[in-house]
Write a protein that binds this ligand. Sequence first.
Ligand code: NI
Length: 170
Amino acid sequence: MRIVCEFFRGSLWSVAAGMSRLILTAPPGFIYITRMSTLIRTGISLDQDLLERFDLVVRQKGYGSRSEAIRDMVRDHFVADDVASNKVVVATLTLVYDHHQPKLSEQLIRAQHDYKGQVLASTHVHLDHHNCLEVIILKGKGGDAKKFADKLLSLKGVKHGKLVITSSCD
Ligand code: NI
């Protein structure tokens, strides 16, 4: 799998970077990149052991084809690039916290009002007597989103949570 990523970085990145949208389909041994009517065909070579490991992942994750798995990997890479270069991304931050923790609810609200990007929406569910689940949907620079998440996740009384960053991959 690492070789696939390196291949994209090394051989296709300049081509891929200019495209507004990537569609990859790959019968064994080949990758096609299309944009509207543009079709670029290229091939890759993979060590047999690596390919077997990759195919195992494809099956385990339920992908219909290697192409779908590679497409997701490429999009993941784009999102990681967007975060690394501090581009605008969208993200969801999921939190589980004890609302009996003194001042915690107030701290969570204040942090959202002070966030440098946009808080697009938030949903709150009262899980049980003590615990709340909150999902916050954000838009803003990748670095700001990570800082925001780290700040909230480290607050006393926040028991668990996760930030998921994505983008439209255009
Ligand atoms: Ni609640």
